[in-house]
Design a protein around this ligand. Structure first.
Ligand code: SF4
Length: 465
């Protein structure tokens, strides 16, 4: 198997971005037809699906609640999660059946799996009933492809594109909070991660376009934007800009809340910390993946920082950003992880007392360097480590949440609680979920809430009018 090494990142960094501004008008040729869109994976895919939805609706399709009512199905796939492929392939079986039963039924595959050559070969042979395959770089080609004659399978996947597409229209999931792409791709090449191969090299959108997009959202009543990138701190390195300047520019647009995901500890600068602490509308919330507390494992992961360096950055954030909440990601059972290495991870959790953590058992992604490493930790040991880790993480989440008991916090209300119709839910500026007794009228507002109960994963509160 050919695996790109780090020299590829250097080579990729020398290339110039090609900025393309879309200005397309499509006719509603599919009016009366329905689409069913299923999204797998991360926020990046969720946001890409907002573009897919917009393209489908521009062409006249309307959403179908039930796949059986659809004329077209789009699967926006993920290559990161374990068994992601099984899920997609399982769903394709259902689509194949519908295609047999219905005239002109179309199947579209999009997302990260489509950037994997082995999967494309399978689509051409085993799943040749799929009509269109598009990659992560060319979602904007979907309307053109749909307007073509689909007698033959259309596969349009541009690997590692240098393009940065501006002017993509989104049909957003929310009218209150919006994702805004600022940066695409990743050149970090963490050894367990498929993203640098599926999403291409790091490319930044132009600062002015991002700020214009945020201003447009403010004018349309949005309260919060989340700046989105595989590694937002890498923003601007390719175009002589800085993430701290972009963040400042966005904070000045008048948006009530701004946050960002995800940050790599390796290039989180002091200037970024200064800007976050200076602007009250930049949410004091940072997701800062540590992945492991062992220097040996961090090196094998190619994370480019040590445990000490992470702790130093963490302390700086805590000192300089008032009331900051910091969450993290941790992988247990990475190849070569010993009990001592794992205890280093528990040690850093004890030292940092994170507000929350996404924890995973290592599972190899085909095509990554880590998939070729000897993985000799039995699964029962990995699971036992995960269990111990989760207990510790949950203990600190709860302790951090309990610090808010009887305090009054500001909550952006996003919707009706799924568990209780008489409650609404929202988030504090530190991204803590709060369930509040209240009616639908307060959805979309930032309200004051007194915290009455604190659990590991959520808070309960009373609306203070
Ligand atoms: S920084 Fe994030 S996206 Fe990039 S390779 Fe590492 S884990 Fe993957």
């Amino acid at each position: 198997m050919h695996l790109p090494d780090l020299s590829i990142a250097k080579e990729r960094g020398k290339k110039e971005n090609k900025y393309i501004t879309l200005n397309e008008n499509y006719q509603k040729v599919f009016t009366g037809q329905k689409y069913f869109l299923r999204t797998y994976g991360c926020q990046m895919n969720v946001h890409d699906s907002e573009a897919i939805r917009s393209y489908l609706e521009v062409l006249g399709y309307s959403p179908a609640e039930d796949i059986n009512d659809a004329n077209i199905v789009v699967l926006n796939t993920c290559a990161i999660r374990e068994n992601a492929k099984d899920k997609v392939v399982g769903f394709l079986g259902k689509c194949k059946y519908l295609k047999k039963m219905k005239d002109n039924f179309k199947i579209v595959l999009a997302g990260c799996m489509c950037e994997q050559p082995d999967f494309i070969k399978e689509v051409q042979t085993k799943y040749n009933y799929v009509d269109i395959v598009i990659g992560t770089h060319n979602i904007h080609d979907l309307p053109k492809l749909l307007l073509q004659d689909l007698d033959t399978q259309k596969i349009e996947v541009y690997s590692n594109s240098d393009e940065v597409i501006e002017g993509i229209k989104y049909k957003r999931d929310s009218e209150i909070t919006a994702w805004v792409n600022i940066q695409l791709g990743c050149d970090k090449f963490c050894t367990y991660c498929i993203v640098p191969y599926t999403r291409g090299r790091e490319r930044s959108r132009k600062k002015e376009s991002i700020i214009e997009e945020v201003k447009h959202l403010v004018n349309h009543g949005y309260k919060e934007v989340a700046l989105l990138g595989q590694n937002v701190n890498a923003y601007g390195k390719d175009i002589n800009e800085k993430f701290s300047d972009l963040l400042e520019g966005v904070a000045k647009t008048g948006i009530e809340r701004v946050r960002f995901v995800t940050s790599h500890p390796w290039n989180f600068t002091d200037e970024m910390i200064d800007v976050i602490s200076k602007y009250p509308n930049i949410m004091p919330y940072i997701h800062l993946p540590i992945q492991s507390g062992s220097d040996k494992i961090l090196k094998k992961m190619n994370r480019r920082y040590t445990k000490e360096e992470y702790l130093e950055l963490f302390s700086k954030m805590k000192e300089r950003i008032p009331n900051v909440a910091i969450t993290t990601d941790i992988i247990v059972g990475f190849p070569g992880e010993t009990e001592e290495d794992f205890e280093e991870t528990l040690d850093i959790v004890n030292k940092c007392q994170f507000d929350g953590a996404y924890t995973f058992v290592f599972s190899p992604r085909i095509g990554t360097p880590a998939s070729l490493m000897k993985d000799d930790t039995p699964i029962n040991i990995k699971e036992e480590r995960l269990h111990r880790l989760n207990e510790l993480v949950n203990k600190y989440s709860k302790l951090n949440n309990q610090k808010l008991l009887n305090k009054v916090v500001e909550v952006l209300v996003l919707g009706v609680s799924e568990k209780d119709n008489n409650k609404v839910y929202g988030y504090t500026d530190t991204m803590k979920l709060v369930n509040i007794k209240g009616s639908k009228e307060i959805i979309g507002s930032i309200i004051k809430v007194k915290i009455t109960d604190a659990k590991s994963f959520s808070l309960d509160g009373e609306y203070i009018k």
